[in-house]
Design a protein around this ligand. Structure first.
Ligand SMILES: NC(=O)c1ccc[n+]([C@@H]2O[C@H](COP(=O)([O-])OP(=O)(O)OC[C@H]3O[C@@H](n4cnc5c(N)ncnc54)[C@H](OP(=O)(O)O)[C@@H]3O)[C@@H](O)[C@H]2O)c1
Length: 300
């Protein structure tokens, strides 16, 4: 099959389409013929060599895909050959075929094209597992999202509104005025160091900060009295390093809680641009320029 290979750690031009071995499935996996894959910021870090693939995962880039099931392992009962699906991957989406544990596979939501379905698994699983499963954002609460134009941000805005939350997408400290001095309940932040102090100041009593990434740096100082006096919770987590069993739990929660919102038209695919697999380098350049709003797709 054809796959995008990181020929050496470096800039986007190290990405080349090459002929590689087809993946082999284990008994609890399915083989997907990829219709589309989507970029994630983590792919650019993996390309640079600072975020290596986990042992046992595909060495190729790509944390999500959509496509058609081509083979099923002998312990797989839910899926059959020919099913149109999308999936959360540990890697390997930038290819014509990918093997994935059956528990990480989702049906294509009715009303969504097979290609656009590739835009959902990573953002839906990330946002649901953090904002809702860990930070317990509830109806009537206020969520502040930094980087509202990102793939993560454009999805988080929609699902949080669907769940009845008030959503703010400002940076800095103005959000405090926006809440009449009460502060926000949950913050979803990928910026890290540069926003950390303002984040703590912007949270209200019992506020929760979720750190998804550290785009501006990762080292900071913290005045524990602020955490103490407002009973704050600071959490951080990565999706890619979770076990297949853990990912399967998240994927089923996403199917139960997010898929109905997509089917109802309340959460839409936000696709900025698509490229053929052979132009993966151009797609990475676009992501690193931060000009995009939403997701960037690749079509094998
Ligand atoms: N923990 C997890 O499991 C997990 C899962 C998925 C994603 N993430 C993280 O979530 C973030 C968004 O991912 P994505 O795939 O949605 O990427 P994306 O679409 O490329 O979005 C990145 C966003 O970060 C902003 N940005 C970039 N550098 C920045 C900096 N130095 N300071 C402030 N803002 C900066 C960009 O907007 P501007 O142009 O406005 O700066 C853009 O909105 C990334 O940090 C990613 O690593 C974490």
């Amino acid at each position: 099959m054809k796959a995008v290979v990181v020929t050496a750690p470096g800039g986007p031009d190290v990405l080349r389409v090459q002929e590689v071995e087809d993946p082999e499935i284990k008994d609890d996996e399915v083989l997907i013929k990829v219709e589309a894959t989507a970029l994630n910021r983590a792919d650019t870090f993996q390309r640079k060599g600072v975020y290596p693939p986990l042992p046992g995962s595909s060495q190729y880039l790509g944390l999500e895909c959509s496509g058609t099931i081509e083979a099923v392992g002998k312990h797989v009962s839910r899926w059959k050959v020919g099913d149109q699906v999308c999936a959360l991957l540990g890697g390997g989406g930038y290819a014509e075929k990918v093997a994935v544990p059956a528990g990480q596979v989702l049906p294509v939501p009715p009303g969504i094209s097979l290609k656009d379905a590739a835009s959902f698994p990573e953002v839906a699983c990330t946002v649901w597992s953090t904002v809702f499963m860990m930070s317990r954002l509830s109806s009537g609460e206020t969520l502040l999202i930094h980087g509202g134009s990102s793939g993560i941000g454009t999805f988080a805005i929609q699902i949080a509104k669907y769940q009845g939350a008030r959503v703010l997408i400002t940076a800095g400290s103005e959000e405090k005025e926006e809440t009449g001095g009460k502060g926000v309940d949950v913050i979803l932040d990928s910026v890290g160091q540069a926003y950390f102090r303002q984040n703590l100041d912007s949270l209200g009593i019992d506020g929760r900060l979720f750190v998804l990434g550290t785009l501006s740096g990762s080292v900071t100082e913290i005045d524990l009295r602020v955490v103490h006096s407002k009973r704050l919770t600071i959490q951080a987590a990565g999706l890619r390093s979770r076990s297949p069993e853990n990912k399967a739990v998240i994927v089923r929660e996403v199917e139960d809680n997010v898929w109905p919102a997509i089917v109802a038209g309340k959460v839409k695919a936000v696709v900025y641009k698509h490229f053929p697999l052979s132009e993966a380098a151009e797609a990475h350049q676009l992501m690193e320029s931060s000009q995009h709003i939403g997701k960037i797709l690749l079509f094998p």
